[in-house]
Design a protein around this ligand. Structure first.
Ligand code: ACM
Length: 510
């Protein structure tokens, strides 16, 4: 690993060597090569500098000072790239995703000085540590319209994330139109987690909306992972189709939370806006339930080009252990039969019939409870891999500190250092090869706007980005990270990112 102290890059590249000078950007600077990355680069530079660089037609050769973008599989591992900024600039991606990652690196080297805008001379060679680098958006507790999801995609892509997990259903709302069960979009999508029974923050994606999100994400080299959370977290389904769900089962936590927060308790068939969990269950022993599951997953598979369908499986406290195991076996088999890879939260590992190859998503603590670790390990025994979302480090909905006005604290308060300082490979007792990667979930009970979401995401999303992308080494340290993070502030402000200006970070003005 080459020292990168003076290059303000996040996530930290494999190797980054600063040069002495800078490549000046002028009205004459042109961008050549792969059109979609060229457009992305030019648009981002315009937002930042006000200058609009010209995209050169294919035939014209680059002149000195130009920027060249190309793909060459010899340039490194999957999603890797090589970037050289000297008298001119060249990014060579090992594939189109690698090229886009290189463009984001180049944008972080853009600086304004007394002579105008310039790119710092540098040679960067880079590729990701983990193949799966995800962000999760809970659109069930609060619905985000398509244009806001596009913004989240742009923010994630800039940090080299490559998966967007959409939590499309929960007790409070169902967010994707299903042709074969049309009442879901009509009746189950009106509520959100307002707490007070009022119907604000609801909504539902049409098939076209969802396809637009998938296509936009693909244009940013991000794969959408849709989740239908089952067999718990299913109250909203019962608002449209009461015959599919059991009556709510109260638990002590739910009763305590409802009393503390002043939220109403769940009532069968009535939209639920509280924050309690664990009260709802699909009817496990009725075949109609599996007609529903198969129809929904079939439509979702048709709309989803990516390899994964997430079936949830967390906090199914209203389902007996035996019924839960039966359900998980059947639901994961349905996903496999559709040619997709099932993904489930780690509790699903308890099911003996878990379909082989199912990917587990671990959301326990950095010091895992033995039962959670054992459930996660079962996915690996069944030939699956793991996505790590430790709730006391990677959960973006926890408060930064106890006084932070939004967010929850049940997993702890998570400052930026806590989001940064953890090691995926030694978290669970599984082989390193079993770790597919890392995901940062944003649950949205306390989120009322995109601005709220951005405050919770930034800057912690950058910390998780580095955990997911950057191999361990001397510069993969909190001391280095906080300096490099502080240097992002001007670009983030120019991009309109409403980040939390935590005093942990030395934010720079220019
Ligand atoms: C979860 O936080 N219930 C996955």
């Amino acid at each position: 690993m080459v020292l990168t102290e003076s290059l303000p890059l996040i996530p930290l590249p494999n190797s980054a060597v600063p040069g002495e000078g800078a490549l000046r950007l002028t009205d004459a600077t042109r961008v050549h090569g792969e059109p979609s990355s060229a457009r992305m680069l030019v648009d981002a530079m315009t937002r930042r500098t006000g200058m609009r660089l010209e995209i050169a037609p294919d035939a014209s050769g680059p002149a000195s000072g130009d920027i060249v973008l190309r793909v060459d599989p010899a340039a490194g591992a999957a999603e890797g790239y090589r970037l050289v900024i000297a008298d001119d600039a060249e990014i060579v991606g090992a594939d189109s995703a690698g090229l886009a990652h290189g463009v984001h690196t180049l944008l972080q080297l853009l600086r304004e000085d007394d002579d105008g805008w310039a790119l710092r001379h540098a040679v960067v060679s880079d590729a990701p540590r983990f193949a799966y680098r995800g962000v999760m958006l809970d659109v069930a507790r609060r619905f985000f319209p398509v244009d806001e999801v596009r913004t989240v995609i742009d923010r994630a892509a800039a940090l080299k994330f490559n998966h967007l997990h959409l939590h499309l259903s929960d007790d409070q709302g169902w967010r994707i139109h299903i042709d074969s069960w049309p009442l879901l979009s009509q009746r189950s999508s009106t509520a959100s987690a307002t707490g007070d029974g009022s119907l604000a923050g609801g909504g539902c994606y049409s098939r076209a909306d969802y396809s637009e999100i998938v296509a936009y994400a693909a244009s940013r080299h991000i794969t959408v992972v849709p989740e239908i959370d089952m067999p718990g977290h299913t109250h909203a389904i019962g608002v449209a189709y009461p015959e599919l769900v059991e009556a709510p089962v109260m638990n002590e936590h739910l009763l305590d939370d409802a009393a503390r927060l002043g939220h109403a308790l769940p009532e069968a068939g009535v939209p639920y806006t509280g924050w309690g969990v664990g009260h709802s269950s699909l009817r496990i022993r009725e075949e109609r339930t599996y007609d529903f599951v198969r129809d929904v997953l079939t439509e979702l598979a048709e709309l989803t080009p990516g390899p994964y369908l997430h079936i949830g499986g967390d906090e199914s406290l209203g389902t007996s252990a035996e019924d839960f195991a039966y359900f998980v076996g059947r639901a994961t088999e349905i996903v496999s039969s559709l040619g997709k890879t099932p993904v489930a939260w780690h509790e699903a590992g308890a099911a003996p019939g878990l379909a082989s190859g199912t990917v587990g998503q671990f959301w326990g603590a950095l010091t895992p409870e033995a039962a959670h670790a054992a459930q996660a390990a079962r996915f690996v025994e069944r030939g699956g891999r793991l996505i790590l979302s430790p709730s006391d480090a990677a959960y973006l909905d926890m408060k930064y500190d106890e006084h932070f006005p939004i967010g929850q604290d049940w997993a702890g308060v998570i400052d930026v250092q806590r989001a940064y300082d953890w090691e995926p490979v030694t978290l669970l007792d599984v082989p390193a090869s079993a770790i597919a990667g890392v995901e940062a979930p944003l649950w949205t009970e306390t989120v009322r706007s995109l601005a709220d979401a951005e405050q919770l995401m930034h800057p912690r999303l950058a910390a998780v980005a580095e955990v997911a992308w950057s191999a361990p080494g001397p510069q993969r340290s909190w001391a280095s990270f906080r300096e490099r993070l502080g240097a992002q502030a001007p670009a983030w402000r120019a991009d309109g990112i409403r980040f939390h200006p935590t005093p942990e970070i030395p934010w720079s003005d220019r």
